[in-house]
Ligand binder design. Structure first.
Ligand code: FAD
Length: 380
């Protein structure tokens, strides 16, 4: 069997890409290693994504507009989003729904682990482990197989850099953690993470608690254990999960006939590790570019250029924030102090919800700038 496009990996990036390709009339296969996969993930998504991809309300278990930032010394800042919310989804249901949308659009969805890509001259011969799926051909490939993308390796893309290892545990609600049911809490605390942050995300029937680090000197299990102890949880988790997060786009993620999307391309923002939005946006932009390429010969590099043009400033800004404020507890203390400012909160939430850099008036920019300098000097 020969397809126009094979999408390897059925997470958010791959499922969205397959749906766009199939809707445009291209013969498309979506190959997913495990259709029952539960991707380790906090499942926090912004309102802009929910609107753009018409995510059904029953998948959004919580709509949270109240957040709390906690500093190393235990200082807390309450933050409220007047114009929107963070949606909480559960990845096992969310990914399944996205794949069903791809199938409805006409994509063939198959379960199998891509094992090798052999060039055939006109495209690729794709084999799965143990030939679970009969080997098939595709003229073009979209690699959507996550942070450790084998597709990227097989196609010779430059390596994925800077991987955070993140761990998350799920706890059933008990009276001691009931207080977290309707709030997102973020811990900026070197004991919880020396270079990232810890999160407490409420879902309908459980609390997801996790942390991450880039630092290979620290054991992620030890950091997570300390975090849970600091929160004061005495009950056992019922599910522990861990995975890598790439936090820097690959040097190149569009080649002549093939592209990478989502985590496979390294499209997760530094500082906050947000990847679902960028996975789905890159899946959509990449597949649209693939349709133009196949139908009229337009270059696939247009996809990478468009993505970088839209989102490079956000990646750059968050990388700078992480490099400056996540270095030690004194700086983290300063960072949480800055979060108390109403203008900082408004700009942060406006940018988060729709991923557009919202320009603030000069007077506000100057105020934030001087506060940053003040707190940086204090933090040093
Ligand atoms: C602990 C943790 C918490 C996170 N929390 C958040 C959060 O709250 N909000 C947020 O926006 N982001 C979060 N992220 C990041 C987010 O999970 C990812 O950015 C997002 O899942 C990327 O989607 P994707 O489709 O590109 O890749 P993935 O979701 O990783 O999907 C890749 C798919 O490819 C499949 N696959 C892999 N190899 C093969 C193969 N060889 N053949 C076939 N199939 C294959 C896998 O089974 C998987 O289904 C978190 C990440 C972690 C690790």
């Amino acid at each position: 069997m020969r397809y126009d496009v094979a999408v390897i990996g059925g997470g958010p990036s791959g499922a969205v890409a397959a749906a766009v390709l199939a809707k445009a009339g291209l013969s498309t296969i979506l190959l997913e290693r495990n259709l029952e996969n539960v991707k380790p993930c906090g499942g926090a998504i912004p309102l802009g994504l929910i609107e753009e991809f018409s995510i059904p309300p029953e998948l959004v278990e919580k709509k949270l507009s109240h957040m709390r930032a906690r500093s190393p010394k235990g200082r807390t800042i309450e933050m409220h989003m007047p114009n929107g919310y963070v949606g909480m989804v559960r990845r096992e249901k969310f990914d399944r729904w996205l794949r069903s949308e791809a199938e409805k659009a006409g994509a063939v969805v198959m379960e199998g682990l891509m094992d090798s890509l052999m060039p055939t001259g006109e495209g690729w011969l794709i084999s799965t482990l143990g030939n679970k799926v009969e080997p098939f051909e595709a003229t073009h490939i979209i690699g959507a197989d996550g942070a450790n993308s084998k597709t990227a390796d097989e196609l010779g893309f430059p390596p994925n850099e800077l991987k955070v290892i993140a761990m998350q545990q799920r706890f059933h609600y008990t009276p001691e953690i009931e207080k977290f049911r309707d709030i997102v809490e973020i811990w900026f605390d070197g004991e919880v993470s020396p270079d990232f942050y810890g999160w407490i995300f409420p879902k309908a029937d459980h609390l997801a608690i996790g942390t991450g680090t880039e630092d290979r000197k620290h054991s992620i299990k030890a950091l997570q254990k300390r975090f849970v102890e600091k929160i004061g949880i005495k009950t056992e988790s019922y599910l522990d999960e861990a995975a890598k997060i790439p936090m820097k786009p690959r040097k190149m993620f569009a080649a002549e006939k093939n592209i990478l999307v989502g985590d496979a391309a390294g499209l997760v923002t530094p500082a906050n590790g947000e990847g679902i939005f960028f996975a789905m946006r890159s899946g959509k932009l990449g597949a649209e570019a693939m349709v133009r390429h196949i139908k009229s010969g337009a270059p696939l590099s247009a996809y990478e250029q468009e993505f970088r043009k839209l989102y490079q400033p956000i990646f750059f800004g968050l990388e700078a924030l992480q490099a400056i404020y996540y270095r030690n507890d004194r700086l983290r203390e300063s960072f949480v102090a800055i979060c108390a400012d109403d203008d900082v909160q408004r700009i942060t939430f406006d940018s988060y919800l729709y991923k557009k850099m919202v320009p603030a008036p000069w007077s506000v920019q100057m105020k934030i700038f001087s506060k940053n300098i003040y707190h940086l000097l204090k933090g040093r």
